[in-house]
Ligand binder design. Sequence first.
Ligand SMILES: Cc1cc2nc3c(=O)[nH]c(=O)nc-3n(C[C@H](O)[C@H](O)[C@H](O)COP(=O)(O)O)c2cc1C
Length: 657
Amino acid sequence: MSPSTPFDYWIAFSRNIGWVTETEQALLRAKRVAIAGLGGVGGSHLLTLTRLGIGNFNIADLDTFELANFNRQAGASLSHVGRPKVEVLAEMALDIDPELDLRSFPEGVDADNVDDFLEDVDLYVDGLDFFAVEARRRVFAACAERQIPAVTAAPLGMGVALLNFLPGKMTFEEYFRLEGQSEDEQLLRFLLGLSPAMLQAGYLVDDSRVDLEAHKGPSTPMACELCAGMAATHALKILLNRGRVPAAPWGLHFDAYRNRLKRTWRPGGNRNPLQRLGLKIASKRLAQRSATVATEGEATADTPIERILDLARWAPSGDNTQPWRFEMIDDRRFRIHAHDTRDWCVYDLDGHASQIAVGALLETIAIAASGEGLAAEFQRLADAPETAPVIEVRLRAEPSVAASPLLPCVRARTTQRRPMSGRPLSAAQKAALEASVGPGYRVIWIEGAARKWQMARLLFANARIRLTIPEAYQVHRRIIEWDAQFSEDRIPDRAVGLDPLALRLMRWAMHSWERVRRLNRYLAGTWIPRIQLDLIPALRCAGHFVILSERPLTGIDDYLEGGRAVQRFWLTATCLGLQFQPEVTPLIFSRYVEKGVSFTKRPSAPAEARRLAQALRQLLGADPLDAVFMGRLGVAPVPAARSLRRPLADLAAEAEH
Ligand SMILES: Cc1cc2nc3c(=O)[nH]c(=O)nc-3n(C[C@H](O)[C@H](O)[C@H](O)COP(=O)(O)O)c2cc1C
């Protein structure tokens, strides 16, 4: 515009006339709107409402523009980086209507200035950051007290969710019920209250970008513009008293991506049973996410060996015992000091379960090394006892080494003990899994209703042995961490796979062997866990698998190699998006009876194990002694509770050899 062009309100906003009358336009000009927050939505609100011809504003924001605002915030541009948002937006609005009466609050809204901020105000339009829960509560409460209508339009995905809080109707606090809640819970309640329809949930392509802790989330420019359009429309209706305006607990959610508009109605707000259910599900998802985040951790390792070990410690081990320590030799060599748990763990017959775990560790080291362009060579030291093997690892720079495709799945791999989808594996999935074990091994599948039923019965019988021998009771007592979602050195009770009631019963019983016996004898105490942990999940999975060695498994080196194959198979399953649950105890009890080794004081257990071994042999059509590993697979959510690992510093070993 040339500086000589005189500003004329009636010409500038003449194209509104038709949709509003001239009288209404004059009314809008006389109104004062308060906007707190001039970021993603607030800046657009100000500019849209200015173009609508609103004549007076109170605007508040304490932030300055930065590069990361560019994708969505009105006013975010190179010439404005580092400048206060309130100042830039005031200039932009005044450039549209120089006759505006603008009151700026560059310190944001707080308890001290909320009175001034809402003085003379006809309408409040919320532009606060999603995470500014406290400030938002304060402003909405002050609006309710002063009978000021308040509009909030939230950018969600590529859509907008709108709620109006009108005088005399349900208040913000009555709707969202944030009082007394933790910050995470408040954010969850705010999100779910805003968008009960959750139209946006289906197309979030990378949920790792939602970071509640860092107060960051993805947001699109389209959503911010839709918010401004929706909020200004409702502002017009409220200010001009035109047409019906939905007030909370009614809301509107329009999603431009999904082409859907939903009118939502949640009487009681977040107290509504539907909302409560939604909140429960969302909390669970959040917990699952934090499980993933917990495994991601902070990368503190800075040498290749540290990075390799930091990743390799995520190898699985029976009962999460992590039977290994690491001794650094130089920047290309270290030693693994392993130990087995046969002295206290009935499941570690001849140390084989620990050896499989150490094998999984070796494979993980090789995979982690490939990410550094290094090849790993392993040598088991002959002079170390078999119960405490020592393996020297040499890393060699090798130009031909490419990063293993399994590398991204090392931390994501986990154990899922709960029921999964019964959808069978595809031929391609089975082929990838069969190829993963490598030469010298083959995979037997146990699929289809009839074979899965046989397996379920077998596991049910096997679980009776597990739950009635005192030797296993000692192990279970030692390896469960109670009241825990995560455990660094054991299995958290919530990852065991029991429902909360059964878990409470188990916890009570496990106080003493006497209680277990009483429960088992008088209350059929083994039935609940056997049904929940064995029978149902054995049926509700894609199928069971057995990894068989083509050569007899004779000693530690065979089990170490076998463990490497198991880890390739497990990681391949993870990369295929499948969940995985080991079922190795039937193999162990079978091995005990086949080898004639006594494993329990309970007199009738060996006979039960013998029957189990026979049933297993029949089901596999192979010798259970050749089996390295057995388990089940399927599609299921990532478990919310899981075992974590000891920090690398705790796994450091002093030189012993
Ligand atoms: C050799 C071996 C045997 C295992 N046996 C069982 C088992 O019988 N039942 C079970 O629920 N988990 C079993 N696990 C899984 C471990 O408990 C699990 O890997 C460990 O707690 C770490 O948890 P994560 O796999 O979720 O990282 C076994 C793991 C290994 C390596």
